[in-house]
Design a protein around this ligand. Structure first.
Ligand code: SAH
Length: 372
C-alpha cells in the first residue's frame, strides 16, 4: 500500500475508528486508546503512543496516518485573536479564528472551501464555492489550533467553545460536519458540552430538522432581516426557505430540545436593516420563540462591499428596543478586524470556483440542496 492510499484517522468519529480497527483485526478498545492520543495529547506520530504495542504501531504506520491540515500562515491580532490559513489541497485554503475572552476561548471553524449561498454582505460569498471539507479538514482546524495554543483536553482548555461560523454553510456539508462535531463533543475527543459547540446556518430548513435528530449541539440562525423581501435580498436562500418556514423549523427544534435556546444572528448594516421599523419586525418574530436570543453583529466591511456598518448610536438604539421588549439581545464585539478575522471577513483561498458555483446554483434552483 502506498502513501496515497493510506487512511487519515482524523476522518473517523469514534464509531468509525472502532470499525476501522475491527477491519484491521484489532479490538475496538485499541481504537479508543489511539483516539485519546490523537485528541487529548495531540499526538500525530504512532511511535510516541507508548501504551500501544509495537506490532500494532507498525501495522498502523503501514495503513494509516494522522494528518491535520498544514498551516500556510498564521497571525495574531492586537486583541489576542489569532487566525490560521490552512492548506487543504492544491491551492485551496480555509481560515480558522481563535477569539480569547476573559472567561472563554472560542474557535471559529470553516466547513467548506468558499460558499455557494451568495449572502450579499459576506466576503466569503465573493469567493464562490469550491468544495466541502472532509471531516479531517474540519476537526483538523481544531487540532492545529489546539496544538498551537497548548490546549489540553480536560485540563488546560484554551478552546472552551467552538462555533461553526467560519467559511461555508455547514448544513450543506452535513455528514462531515456532524462527524467533526461529534469529535468535538466526544470525551475521547475534545470533550466539549453541547452548549459549547454551535452550528450556524443561513437557514436550510430540512437540514435543521435532520440536525436535531443527529447530534446534540447548539443552533444559531443567520436571520439579518425579519421580512421576506429584505431577507431574500440579503440572504438569497430565503427564496427557497422563507422566514415562516425557517421559524417553524426553529419551533420544531425547541420542541425536541425544550431546554435549549436558539441564537438569531442579525448583522447591522447602515440604512438597510437597522431602523426602528426593522427592530419592530424582529420583535414580532421573536415573540414566537420566547426562549431564544438575538446576537447583533455590527457589519464588518471588506473590499468592494456596498454595505456600511451602522453607527454605534443606531446599534445601541436597536439593541435597547429589543431589550425593552424583553428579548435577550447581545451585541457581538468586533474582534480581530485588524487581521480581517471578524465575521464575514474570512476569505481563505478558493480555486476553480465558477464552474462549481454554477452547478451549485442550478441544484439549489432545482430544490436538490437538501439531498446534498
Ligand atoms: N453559513 C453559515 C455560517 C457563517 S457564520 C451562516 O450563514 O450562518 C458567520 C456569521 O457572520 C453569519 O451570521 C453571517 O451571516 C455573518 N456575516 C457574514 N458576513 C458578515 C459581515 N461582513 N459582517 C458581519 N457579519 C457577517
Amino acid at each position: 500500500m502506498n502513501q496515497v492510499e493510506k487512511v487519515n484517522l482524523l476522518d473517523f468519529d469514534r464509531q468509525g475508528l472502532r470499525e476501522f480497527f475491527a477491519q484491521l483485526g484489532e479490538k475496538p478498545y485499541r481504537a479508543e486508546q489511539v483516539m485519546k492520543w490523537m485528541y487529548h495529547h495531540l499526538e500525530d506520530n504512532f511511535e510516541n503512543m507508548t501504551d500501544v504495542g509495537k506490532a500494532l504501531r507498525t501495522k498502523l504506520e503501514a495503513v494509516c496516518y494522522i494528518g491535520p491540515p498544514k498551516t500556510l500562515f498564521d497571525k495574531g491580532a492586537v486583541d489576542g485573536t489569532h487566525k490560521w490559513l490552512l492548506g487543504m489541497d492544491g491551492g485551496n485554503a480555509v481560515e480558522a479564528v481563535y477569539i480569547p475572552e476573559p472567561t472563554r476561548g472560542t474557535l471559529c471553524v470553516s466547513s467548506q472551501v468558499g460558499c455557494g449561498l451568495n449572502c450579499q454582505f459576506c466576503s466569503t460569498a465573493t469567493q464562490g464555492f469550491n468544495r466541502n471539507l472532509a471531516t479531517s479538514e474540519i476537526i483538523g482546524q481544531m487540532w492545529v489550533a489546539a496544538k498551537h495554543l497548548g490546549n489540553v483536553t480536560h485540563q488546560n482548555r484554551r478552546i472552551t467553545n467552538v462555533v461553526m461560523m467560519g467559511m461555508g454553510e455547514p448544513l450543506l456539508n452535513f455528514d462531515n460536519v456532524v462527524k467533526a462535531m461529534s469529535l468535538m463533543r466526544d470525551d475521547l475527543g475534545f470533550g466539549l458540552a453541547s452548549k459549547r459547540v454551535t452550528l450556524s446556518t443561513a437557514g436550510l430548513v430540512p437540514m435543521i430538522d435532520k440536525l436535531s435528530e443527529s447530534i446534540d449541539v447548539s443552533l444559531a440562525v443567520s436571520l439579518h432581516a425579519a421580512n421576506d423581501e429584505l431577507r431574500t435580498e440579503l440572504v438569497p436562500l430565503n427564496k427557497r426557505f422563507p422566514i415562516a418556514e425557517l421559524m417553524a423549523s426553529c419551533q420544531r427544534w425547541i420542541a425536541r430540545k425544550p431546554r435549549t435556546s436558539i441564537t438569531f444572528e442579525y448583522t447591522l448594516m447602515k440604512g438597510v436593516n437597522d431602523q426602528p421599523e426593522h427592530a419592530r419586525q424582529l420583535i414580532k418574530l421573536m415573540r414566537k420563540l420566547p426562549t431564544c436570543k438575538v446576537n447583533l453583529i455590527p457589519f464588518n466591511p471588506f473590499p468592494g462591499t456596498r454595505f456600511e456598518r451602522s453607527d454605534m448610536e443606531t446599534i445601541r438604539a436597536f439593541q435597547t428596543q429589543l431589550l425593552n421588549a424583553n428579548i435577550l439581545t447581545m451585541l457581538r464585539r468586533t474582534r480581530g478586524d485588524d487581521i480581517d478575522a471578524a465575521c464575514g471577513q474570512l476569505k481563505g483561498q478558493v480555486l476553480d470556483r465558477t464552474r462549481r458555483q454554477a452547478e451549485f446554483r442550478k441544484r439549489l434552483d432545482e430544490g436538490a440542496v437538501h439531498a446534498a
